[in-house]
Design a protein around this ligand. Sequence first.
Ligand code: P6P
Length: 341
Amino acid sequence: MSDADYNTDPVTLSRFIMEDDHERRKLYGKTRTSLSFILGAIGVAAKVTANAVQNAGMQGLYALGGGANQSGEDQKKLDVLANDVFVNVLRNTKKVRVMVSEELDEPIVVEGLEHARYVCVFDPLDGSSNIECNVSVGTIFGIYHTDDKSLADLSDGLRPGREMVAAGYILYSSSVVMVLSTGHGVHMFTLDPTFGEFVMTRRDWHMPSVPKKIYSCNTGNAQKWDLATRHFLRHIREEVGGYSARYVGSMVTDVHRTLLYGGIFMYPADKKNKRGKLRLLYECFPMAYLMEAAGGMATDGKTPILDIQPKDIHERCPIYLGCTRDVEKLLEFVKLQDEGK
Ligand code: P6P
């Protein structure tokens, strides 16, 4: 690489976080330095987890960890490792009061942090059931700020996703990518392994104005879906045409492709799973937050995902997300179904 090619002024995650806090002062008249600490910590946890994911095969981390998460799904050693990394890194910031993880039945309330004002919710390693066949996996996170001094746990602190102050995911794939929004724009970073930093690759990303025709769902469940979903699929396949089916079965991967190219990702409710499979707080909320920030949409079929009031930290939620062209068309079929047509 010639010196002319060498980037002597990289926009690293750390630099973005500082600039973003400065921007926040201009926009809102105040900074949130603690949020900056938390985002930086998530970057560290992402690098540690990425290293574990890359080496999992050699280090026997694919094996079952012996436990099960609150869904009753077998936990792999890698699930437990990723969870421990994110819990420890966030705890060490001394800025996070409460944590919710898919891998833990109950919230973690960090003792002695009455001054702390942040709640972090996360799925530390989503899609890990795919990892043995080398399918990409990811971490999904969302961050709330709370002025509630009495917030001893989340029993009365659950709030709609629209109140998140930041959300994002890390995709552990052919490269390690972090996608992040703190409320103004969606920004993407790629881990540069040569010097171990996340470097910005896309600033203020918006979904394509002409979205690709892609639908992403597990059609193996189609017979169990409601009429609206089935009629929507028939419409795009047989009446519109030209759509491609793309389904990896790892939410972060399927959502990342949808964010970049357009189309629709769906995990509907079905006759057996009345609220679908994906988790509202730490899967659907963060992905919906990013989709809306990038000009897309996310709904449960009736309500914008971000406006749903959670009742339980692990509750599930049907989700349809993607470009407005496709999500609005889905909602037209829901309206027809509601009208009995
Ligand atoms: P299915 C992975 O197990 C996961 O939680 C998400 O990452 C993914 O979108 C979904 O489940 C896939 O579920 O039922 O299609 O295998």
